[in-house]
Design a protein around this ligand. Structure first.
Ligand code: GLY
Ligand code: MN
Ligand code: MN
Length: 487
């Protein structure tokens, strides 16, 4: 018996020291499956890189760095989210990667690439490591990255060598005089003891400058913003889907709302629906605030119990393949707005209606906000909430328009509207307790936020399927099967 136990132990030990079967290299199919069929098709990235290359001078190069892994605390990291610029240009999902664009291309030394091909794009990626892969998931590696992503990929240890070949070359015909370096993984960090804010983007540029004093180090933010602000057909398809998922989430959240519900329960209903429908995450921390919390613009803790008679403001958007919607609805906890809440709500609604009309080709992006301001200023004066017209800013303290896309506040150049831009329209009124107006208005916070597509003709409200009018919201809340009684 003892001998049998001994033999069994040897077998266990022997197999423990061997590589477990799931650390065997997965085949390329594994990674293709990880890319959902509805994600951005790979040829789209080639097109985007070509567009960037076409705007660069022949003596330049550009580097786009993947996001780093962010530590949450001690041994635990946040779930990884790729840098938006990097994602936009190659779709590669891993950290510790760099995309280099080289107008005119570079023929690599035979040791790095025996094909002798000229490459205008190079991807530098993590080296495969079966031990790490067993812990944190498969690493694609250079060979499979080349095969799957349509860009010549090298292990990232080669990045400095290739950069040196272009910035301080033995062969001067290869020399590039300008490096476009865009968003770095972490734009700034705070040094904990001194409190000094270290701008990492600047530091990285300075280091590069020191190493290659002859090169001009420039930011390329504006170039990518020009491209990213106009959505291609695949981006619009995905954004519409993200909006539809978000609408379903808002409907689930509305159905979960009743007196004495906790804000976190509403948030759970919202985000559960997002995930159930395939969203990988929220595009920003959900804002679910009842009563006094409805007046806090970026309230995210969701800990309070909502009471009858309060409004509940819900600003939440699903992220799909990296693209996020951004939608806000404000509803009465009881299913019926009070007369004061109704007044404020309708004012915001009319302001939003006036603003949405202005999302037209060639119109200055500031016009919708001005329209919303006109309505809200006049309305607040009429209701006696303000007496000085400029004081509207006390209760409407934010803008109404921003691009959405890979970032909830997406890249864009904020000039005139162009077809295939998609932007929010989000006026609001927030009257915290203690405001210099009749107490009956206190603790009413209302924002209505929709996602508007600019076209060659009329603007399209992509999130219009989610009710916005007072009557529709009340009808929706009272038609549900969940009795809206106190718990
Ligand atoms: N959810 C962030 C915003 O509305 O801008
Ligand atoms: Mn917004
Ligand atoms: Mn929002």
């Amino acid at each position: 018996m003892k001998i049998l136990v001994f033999i069994a132990a040897i077998i266990v030990l022997a197999s423990a020291s061997a590589l477990p079967s799931f650390a065997q290299p997965p085949n390329a199919e594994y990674f293709l499956q990880a890319r959902h069929k509805d994600n951005i098709p790979l040829p789209r990235y080639t097109e985007r890189r070509r567009s960037v290359l076409a705007t660069m001078s022949p003596k330049s190069l550009a580097v786009f760095v993947a996001a780093d892994v962010r530590n949450r605390q001690n041994d635990v990291d946040y779930e990884y989210r790729q840098s938006s610029d990097f994602l936009y240009l190659c779709g590669f999902p891993e950290a510790e990667s760099v995309l280099m664009l080289i107008p005119g291309g570079l023929v690599l030394p035979k040791a790095l690439d025996s094909s002798g091909a000229r490459h205008e794009a190079l991807l530098f990626v993590k080296k495969r490591d079966l031990y790490l892969e067993m812990r944190s998931g498969s690493i694609i590696g250079a060979d499979r990255a080349t095969a799957l992503f349509g860009v010549k990929a090298l292990e990232n240890a080669n990045f400095a060598t290739v950069l040196g070949m272009l910035l301080a070359p033995e062969d001067s015909t290869l020399r590039r005089d300008t490096v476009f370096a865009t968003t770095f993984p972490t734009s700034s960090v705070t040094e904990p003891l001194s409190g000094e804010v270290v701008n990492m983007e600047r530091e990285a540029r300075l280091r590069l400058q020191k190493q290659y004093p002859r090169a001009l180090i420039r930011s390329q933010k504006r170039l990518l913003a020009d491209m990213r602000q106009i959505k291609d057909a695949d981006e619009l398809r995905i954004l519409r889907k993200a909006v539809d998922i978000s609408i379903a989430g808002h409907r689930a959240a509305i159905a979960a709302t009743k007196p004495n519900v906790y804000e976190y329960e509403v948030e759970a209903a919202m985000e559960a629906e997002f995930k159930r429908l395939g969203a990988e995450d929220v595009g920003y921390a959900s804002i679910i605030g009842a009563g006094a919390n409805s007046c806090i613009l970026h309230y995210t803790s969701s800990r309070r119990q909502a009471e009858t008679g309060e409004v509940l403001l819900m600003d939440s958007g699903a992220e799909l393949f990296g693209y996020t919607a951004d939608i806000t609805r404000t509803i009465p906890v009881s299913g019926k707005f009070s007369p004061e809440q109704r007044e404020i709500y309708n004012l915001v609604y009319v302001a939003q209606e006036a603003a949405i009309k202005e999302y037209r080709k060639g119109v200055d992006w500031r016009l919708p906000h001005s329209r919303a301001v006109e309505v809200i200023r006049t309305g607040l004066l009429k209701l006696g909430i303000i007496t000085n017209p400029d004081d509207y800013k006390l209760y409407f303290p934010h803008g109404s328009v921003h691009y959405i896309g890979l970032d909830v506040h997406d890249a864009g150049n904020y000039a005139t509207f162009q077809p295939n831009m998609i932007l929010t329209c989000e006026p609001g009124i927030y009257i915290p307790a203690g405001s210099a107006c009749d107490k009956k208005w206190w603790n009413i916070g209302v924002r209505i936020e929709d996602d508007i597509l600019v076209t060659d003709g009329d603007p399209i409200n992509v999130s219009a399927a989610l009710p916005r009018r007072v009557e529709e919201i009340e009808a929706m809340m009272n038609a549900g099967t969940v009795p809206r009684k106190k718990r």
